[in-house]
Write a protein that binds this ligand. Structure first.
Ligand SMILES: CC(C)(COP(=O)(O)OP(=O)(O)OC[C@H]1O[C@@H](n2cnc3c(N)ncnc32)[C@H](O)[C@@H]1OP(=O)(O)O)[C@@H](O)C(=O)NCCC(=O)NCCS
Length: 160
């Protein structure tokens, strides 16, 4: 994994749905209003929907962020990512996305796709800084509030 800021966060992968769903729902509720995804939505996604989740936690096990993704053949869709407010602007978002792309590349994925709100400048800055480029636009894709979606993609190499 790439070097990370001098702090104490680490990634937990391979967690059970029982361990992940409540934690993801709680963080989602803190971060997203469009609307937030609840525990049952996460349970459905992680069981029937084929998605997987990573938690970013402190040394003491306190949640600090997460990402949720789904794989199909050699493509990966990054469905959700967040860093909780008090851990932001310290490089953790970039570290998490770079680490994720590296692991996916080593596991044979070729491309990562994601969608984001057109006005989400923080997320767009983060994705561009790690090599994502805009690959499309979905007019009026989001509601609450209505907004276009940008589609970003990154081609992975073994160097990721
Ligand atoms: C987007 C998000 C994950 C960034 O996490 P973070 O840990 O604060 O990001 P980093 O500290 O690693 O910053 C990486 C880059 O992101 C961009 N960025 C992050 N926060 C920013 C802000 N408030 N304003 C402008 N750019 C910002 C910058 O390009 C930054 O690079 P720089 O520090 O060299 O300028 C975080 O703001 C978040 O959780 N937002 C709410 C959830 C969300 O929007 N998720 C994405 C949905 S697609």
């Amino acid at each position: 994994m790439p070097s990370h800021p001098p702090d104490t966060l680490r990634v937990k992968t391979g967690l059970s749905v029982e361990a992940l769903a409540p934690s993801l729902a709680q963080m989602d509720h803190t971060v997203f209003q469009d609307p937030a995804w609840g525990e049952s939505a996460y349970r459905g996604l992680l069981t029937g929907g084929g998605a997987e989740g990573w938690l970013l936690v402190t040394e003491g096990g306190e949640p600090a962020g997460f990402l949720v993704f789904r794989r199909a053949a050699d493509e990966v869709e990054l469905l959700r990512i967040a860093i909780l407010p008090r851990f932001r602007r310290q490089g953790w978002g970039r570290w998490l996305v770079e680490s994720f792309c590296g692991v996916m590349a080593r596991q044979g994925a070729a491309t990562v796709f994601l969608e984001l709100r057109a006005q989400n400048r923080q997320a767009a800055g983060l994705y561009r800084s790690v090599g994502f480029v805009q690959a499309g636009l979905r007019p009026g894709y989001y509601s609450h509030p209505p907004e276009d979606a940008l589609i970003f993609k990154k081609e992975l190499t073994r160097k990721n």
